[in-house]
Design a protein around this ligand. Structure first.
Ligand SMILES: Cc1cc2nc3c(=O)[nH]c(=O)nc-3n(C[C@H](O)[C@H](O)[C@H](O)COP(=O)(O)OP(=O)(O)OC[C@H]3O[C@@H](n4cnc5c(N)ncnc54)[C@H](O)[C@@H]3O)c2cc1C
Length: 433
């Protein structure tokens, strides 16, 4: 895959209250206890949590902080995983499954605590997230999800049709109901990433942008990390490259399928519209197989993401399905001024869960957040820091799994195109937006 050299001209780039960090490309020779590769939430949170514990850590980012999904996402801070607590218990046994649910359930609080602790200016609001069910079957699933989290003491509630229409500020979506998770909220994601970089640097981490790692070699019990400018020698390596993973670690790229998600943002809406659209400030995703997700930003722009073509490109017509969804859901906006559009890679795994691997001694990787990484990747960074400091797999509360490439990965584009066409058809049959 070809790599661009800077972030797209997104809303987040234009409106970040946190300035971009000022760093230099890595040059020459240096040593570190831990080298972190990737300047998104995973890598930044790892670097922060290691530096806070006095570890000498150097983070290398190929392009710039937040260049990957972390600077491009919808900014929805959603706790939990794609699997429900009882599904986790079925898959991993009652003890580990329950610990995973506990960890995942606390990820949004983890983000909002980090924001407060480091005074990160990222428009953070813990105003809740809703999942809107577009079919009766999806409604049952969302209510079951709410039941399972409520049983664990989470501040959640099931919603009926009128209930969700009230919180969405529309009944044009035909949603049957859903659930609301009040642990969740939103951030300006690029500002959050930049704030994490600032906090990590203040704690003693060294960050180099424009420093793609091109080779990893292990010799005499230590690692040599090579960039075009020099070599970094480190005892341990942590990789957080998610949907932007390249061929650095054999087989790693083949463990995830990078799919693209497309976002558009309107102009700031007038006061009357802002009083009626998402009147209580919730974020939303719907239950479609190719889901739509939306929220208002701090200036009252409607920001919505959804499906689009698979290939790495950005053409205006690619954003039409998302624009159409806005027109249908909120016709009172009329034809908005479309101020921004951009897209990014979401790393999807076959089991719907993020993965933590240790493919070689002293080398750890976490990736595959399936479009739910704002909260989970932040929490994963702390897990990776604990792991680098010697925590056993049994202490982490999250499985360290074998790196297992997806069979037939080389044919992913045509296979994915077929899956997406089928899902689009199913969504259309259930009621198009
Ligand atoms: C459009 C979009 C919308 C999304 N919306 C949401 C949402 O609302 N809520 C949510 O929870 N999740 C959302 N996600 C998912 C979320 O953004 C990701 O899960 C999360 O940001 C992953 O963070 P990360 O640090 O693991 O990876 P990334 O942020 O992708 O960072 C990986 C970094 O690694 C760098 N890199 C790659 N190779 C190398 C190398 N060889 N050397 C050095 N650096 C390298 C890349 O340049 C990149 O900066 C969305 C994703 C997208 C694309």
């Amino acid at each position: 895959m070809t790599q661009a050299t800077e972030l797209p001209d997104s809303l987040w780039r234009a409106s970040s209250p946190e300035p971009a960090p000022s760093t230099r490309p890595f040059e020459g020779e240096a040593t570190a206890d831990v080298a972190v590769i990737g300047g998104g939430f995973t890598g930044l949170s790892t670097a922060l949590h290691l530096a806070e514990r006095g570890v000498k850590v150097v983070l290398l980012e190929a392009v710039e902080i937040g260049f990957g999904a972390s600077g491009r996402n919808g900014g929805q801070v959603i706790p939990g995983l794609k699997l429900d607590p009882e599904q986790l218990a079925e898959s991993y046994g009652p003890e580990l499954g329950e610990r995973m649910a506990d960890l995942a359930g606390g990820t949004a609080d983890f983000v909002f605590d980090l924001v407060r602790r480091h005074d990160i200016r990222c428009d953070a609001r813990q105003t809740g997230w809703m999942s809107a069910a577009h079919t009766d079957e999806a409604l049952k699933l969302t209510h079951e999800r709410a039941r399972q989290w409520a049983a664990r003491g989470a501040d959640v509630a099931a919603l009926d049709g009128p209930g969700i229409a009230r919180l969405l500020g529309t009944d044009h979506g035909g949603y049957k109901g859903g659930w609301v998770d009040r642990r969740a909220g939103s951030v300006q994601p690029l500002a959050y990433a930049r704030g994490l970089a600032r906090a990590a640097t203040a704690a003693g981490a060294v960050i180099h942008e424009q420093s793609p790692v091109v080779e990893l070699k292990r010799a005499n019990g230590a690692w040599r990390v090579r960039t075009p400018g020099g070599s970094l020698h480190a005892d341990r390596i942590v990789i957080g490259t998610n949907g932007y993973t390249d061929g650095l670690v054999p087989g790693l790229q083949q463990t995830v399928i990078p799919v693209r998600s497309y976002i558009v943002a309107t102009q700031p809406l007038g006061d009357n519209l802002r009083r009626t659209i998402l009147p209580q400030g919730h974020c939303v995703s719907d239950s479609r197989q190719l889901l739509f997700y939306w929220r208002l930003d701090a200036q009252g722009r409607l920001v919505m993401g959804g499906r689009g073509p698979l290939r790495d490109r950005s053409r205006l017509p690619d954003y039409e399905p998302v624009r159409r969804a806005i027109r249908r859901l909120y016709p009172e906006i009329g034809e908005p001024e479309w101020q921004y559009h951009w897209n990014g890679r979401v790393a999807v795994t076959m089991d719907g869960l993020p993965h933590l691997h240790e493919p070689a001694p002293g080398l750890a990787v976490a990736l595959g957040y399936n479009g739910r990484g704002v909260a989970m990747a932040s929490r994963m960074g702390k897990l990776l820091a604990d792991h680098a400091l010697g925590a056993e797999a049994s202490q982490l509360g999250f499985p360290v799994s074998r790196l297992s490439p997806i069979p037939g990965h080389a044919f992913r584009l045509p296979a994915l195109a077929a899956v997406i066409a089928w899902r689009r058809f199913q969504d259309w049959r259930a009621g198009a937006l």
